[in-house]
Design a protein around this ligand. Structure first.
Ligand code: SF4
Ligand code: SF4
Length: 442
């Protein structure tokens, strides 16, 4: 019997971009181009002129690293933005245009770029860290997404969540009533007081819809830590959502509207500090971008919950019991590398007395979980995301730790999903939860 099996290479499925609105092809190109050029300020123009094509950014991007496919080279993902700049507004644009050295973008090219600007970039900023020319590729990816948003070329899942957040204040349908129900449940289950809608409080605490719906005890854990710290604090039903899908989709006006709800709620209760929960991109959107979008300095500090806990430990307000665990910590890109809060979780873990096993690349150079920047929500990106997650699994395994902790609910969601996909025994735990479970009597 002939047992030879004929090998047939798998057929490549053509990429089909999602489209919103009924703009014509030409209108999409014009909308993207206009936005690209509006976003091209002095800094962006300098970045566009600075690349020396060394390729270092490719080697540190998890999507390139796992596939070896040159199209995943970080700086290449910015080609539409670069081409628009060079052809339309750069110092030699007249030559580029006259000799057609940089072709005009087409609607089809833009649509194809949806895969590179969304599905295969978590905006983790690892490429920005290593670029010898200091090009902040991740921030340029976000700018390029602005153009895609204007052109109505956003992955449908991100568009839908961003629109829902814009229309209803939450990407997942968490209304003020849903929040109140969740608070009542947590108060009962954990015997903890969760203040809502106070007129005056030193601290406004925010929470993400993902935490309210999926990681439900986060509300109680936040309250237990805040009450232990002894602060006057509140949640507000007119501004509680920490996540900001407008940022992920590239809708700047929607991003601004989400931030403004939190800003207005903080001003309404005269808060001195706004605390962002374990939500990486929410922290980036509010800590580093809200004031610019608001147009003036904000009259309060913004802290990630991990920073607040670390500060509490430093000034002796937060007392924790020692925990006999061997742990490793996954740095969420938007909190550590992009957010600057790399030491804070280590201060907390040291106070807890755990046996900390750092991963081979930890802290500011950590490898991304692969699900940030909205990638987790884009279903067609699952295959690529799982592939890139192999790096993370290897790193966690190499640490030799028994338990894994992190401080971003989106990272947790990605780890949970990948653990199930790979039948891997490591599920991430929340650092906030670890602290809340080990508060020492004052
Ligand atoms: S930001 Fe992260 S995912 Fe995006 S291109 Fe850079 S390294 Fe890759
Ligand atoms: S690391 Fe910087 S200079 Fe080198 S190819 Fe990438 S963007 Fe260009």
């Amino acid at each position: 019997m002939n047992t030879k099996v004929e090998f047939k290479p798998a057929k490549k499925t053509p990429f089909v971009a999602d489209r919103q609105s009924d703009l014509s092809d030409q209108e999409r190109v014009d909308a993207a181009l206009n936005q690209f050029l509006r976003d091209t300020d002095f800094v962006t123009a300098t970045y566009m002129e600075s690349c020396i094509h060394c390729g270092l950014c490719a080697e540190v991007c998890h999507f390139y690293e796992q596939t070896g496919d040159p199209k995943y080279t970080p700086i290449w993902k910015l080609e539409p933005l670069k081409r628009a700049y060079k052809r339309e507004s750069g110092p030699f644009s007249f030559i580029y245009k006259a000799l057609n050295l940089k072709r005009k973008l087409t609607a089809d090219e833009l649509a194809q770029w949806q895969h590179l600007l969304y599905d295969s970039c978590t905006v983790c900023g690892r490429c920005s860290m290593v670029c010898p020319m200091g090009i902040d590729i991740a921030s340029l990816i976000s700018k390029a997404r602005h153009g895609m948003f204007q052109a109505g070329l956003v992955p449908e899942e991100l568009w839908t969540m961003a629109k829902k957040a814009q229309d209803e204040g939450s990407p997942l349908g968490v209304t003020a009533e849903v929040l109140q129900d969740a608070i009542q449940r947590m108060e009962k289950e954990y015997a903890v007081k969760i203040p809502l809608d106070k007129d005056q409080a030193d601290i406004l605490v925010s929470i993400s819809s993902l935490e309210i719906l999926n990681y439900t005890r986060t509300l109680a854990d936040m309250a237990r830590v805040m009450n232990h710290l002894g602060y006057s604090w509140t949640l507000r039903s007119d501004g509680f959502e920490a996540s900001n899908p407008g940022l992920l989709a590239g809708g700047e006006a929607w991003q601004r509207a989400s931030s403004k709800r939190l800003v207005d709620a903080a001003i309404a209760c005269k808060a001195r500090i706004v605390v962002i929960p374990e939500c990486g991109h929410g922290y980036n959107a509010f800590r580093w971008q809200a004031a610019n979008l608001y147009g003036k300095p904000l009259p309060f500090r913004i802290m990630h919950i991990t920073e607040l806990m670390a500060e509490g430990i430093r000034n002796n307000k937060l007392r924790v019991n020692r925990v006999n665990e061997s742990v490793t910590f996954h740095d969420p890109c938007q909190v550590s590398r992009r957010g600057g809060a790399t030491e804070a979780p280590r201060t907390v873990l040291t106070a807890l007395g755990v046996d900390l096993h750092e991963m081979p690349a930890a802290g500011d150079l950590n490898w991304c979980c692969g699900g940030g920047g909205g990638v987790f929500d884009i279903q067609r990106a699952d295959k690529l995301r799982y592939r890139s997650f192999r790096i993370k699994m290897e790193q966690v395994n190499q640490s030799g730790a028994d338990k894994l902790y992190t401080s971003c609910s989106n990272c947790r969601q990605t780890f949970d999903d990948c653990a199930e996909h790979f039948d891997w025994d490591k599920h991430p735990n929340s650092l906030l939860e670890l602290v809340a479970d080990n508060l020492a009597p004052i």
